[in-house]
Design a protein around this ligand. Sequence first.
Ligand code: HEC
Length: 146
Amino acid sequence: MKGVLGLVVLISLVFACSQSESKKPDNGRAAPQRKMAEVSELAALMKQIHIDAKDWRQQLLGGEVVSDSLSIYNLLVNSTPTDSTVTGPVYRGMAANYQSKLNDFLTAKEIDLAKSSYNNLVTACVSCHHEYCPGPVPTIKKLYLK
Ligand code: HEC
């Protein structure tokens, strides 16, 4: 039984980090319990920050500057990942870089600066993903503003 569960986790890891989301198989019929086991804390956090980034993109497209203050570094480094090797000084450096780009973006007062700092934020997503989770990179790149 444990072996089977391990396999399920392994397969979901491969899907999450090696394929874009749209290619995920439809697991709508999976039992709720199993579905929960497939989403790590970090993956759930990622879904949320992906939604936030899409919202910010829409606001910027509408000419609106986003001002807020968000601390995400601790969540990035303390949420349990699917793959336990997602940790260590390089990972923490990527997380710190993301927080720093987030601060720049959320404090930019002028729309052109907000847009360029938003694009730098997306680059911080992409850098960490190149290193730790390449699958979603094409999806993340769609967040860039022209
Ligand atoms: C510090 C590193 C890091 C940063 C920064 C980062 N990610 Fe991730 N992301 C990961 C890792 C690692 C995973 C795999 C999570 C897991 O399965 O536990 C992941 C998973 C994801 C997933 C897949 C979630 C799923 O359904 O399994 C998406 C989508 C995603 N990230 C989008 C983003 C976006 C958008 C940003 C920037 C706004 C971002 N990420 C910033 C490391 C990072």
